[in-house]
Ligand binder design. Structure first.
Ligand code: DHB
Ligand code: FE
Length: 279
């Protein structure tokens, strides 16, 4: 049977991808950020899963603002890299695991989580930057990916509680897949950031660090944070953190935190990163 072995959270700031693609990771600005991922890259190389269920958000790249699914699941054999205005990032196409995707789609929809099935999906920095942070710059990605896209760009986004419950359902669905697969679940985006308006540049380390504490030991408490609280405490783009709750729900009640990193700022964002072993 398939089993979830670990969870990863990480921010997905596009400038991090640009720093990697341009060979600028050792610069004064970027070196401290990449140092925080060194342990994780080594751990990942030694603990490679077969598949990553990668919870991320599309930034009006694949879906545009004409069609905005609340939850969507990629069910393709591979995913092309989106052109976000500067040409696609120079990273490999992302291999899918269509059988696991279709199994998850079936189980989740029958459990009344009505995900949109997406058979052609171009993936943007929300998915590729976390992959680059954890896998570096390989010729081909070393894992297959089941992308789960969450609307965090246009109100009304789903609630944190709904995301946490979806995560639990993903945990059950993975466990009922008959093939013997090592699966990780990643929750991406966050931490506090605001890219627009009078509070552009807003970052809240106290909120972020409390969130890092709770996502490990009391995720239930985080499900009570509403949209206005995210907006006020984590900035207008801080709502991306609801995607971490999907990852955490999938991991089950107890987790073993292996690595924690927090860094301010990367571009306009507070970067938070966790590696959690499933309990
Ligand atoms: C930035 C952060 C994001 O999450 C994003 O999607 C785009 C830009 C930033 O900090 O620059
Ligand atoms: Fe983002």
């Amino acid at each position: 049977m398939a089993r979830i072995t670990a969870g990863v959270t990480t921010s997905h700031v596009p400038a991090i991808g640009a720093a990697i693609d341009r060979g600028e990771t050792a610069s004064d600005y970027w070196a401290p950020l990449f140092a925080g991922y060194e342990w994780s890259r080594k751990w990942m190389a030694a603990n490679l899963p077969d598949v990553v269920v990668l919870v991320y958000n599309d930034h009006a790249s694949n879906f545009s603002l004409e069609v905005i699914p609340t939850f969507a699941i990629g069910c393709a054999e591979s995913y092309r890299i989106a052109d976000e205005g500067f040409g696609p990032r120079p990273v490999p196409e992302v291999p899918g695991h269509a059988d696991l995707s279709c199994h998850l789609a079936e189980q989740l929809i029958l459990e009344e989580f009505d995900l949109t099935v997406v058979n052609r999906l171009d993936v943007d920095h929300g998915l590729t930057v976390p992959m680059s942070l954890l896998f570096g710059q390989p010729e081909a990605w070393p894992v297959r990916v089941v992308p789960i896209a969450v609307n965090v760009v246009q109100y009304p986004q789903p609630s944190g509680r709904r995301c946490y419950e979806l995560g639990k359902a993903i945990g059950r669905a993975v466990a009922s897949f008959p093939e013997d697969l090592n699966v990780q679940v990643w929750g991406t985006g966050g931490m506090s950031h605001q890219l627009q308006g009078p509070r552009a540049g807003f970052i809240n380390p106290a909120f972020d660090n409390a969130f890092l504490d709770r996502i490990v030991d009391d995720p239930e408490a985080l499900t009570h944070i509403g949209h206005l609280e995210y907006l006020r405490e984590a900035g207008s783009e801080g709502i991306e953190l609801i995607m971490w709750l999907i990852m955490r729900g999938a991991l089950g009640e107890r987790v073993n935190p292996l690595h924690r990193f927090y860094h301010v700022p990367a571009s306009n964002t507070a970067v938070g990163h966790l590696v959690l072993e499933a309990g």
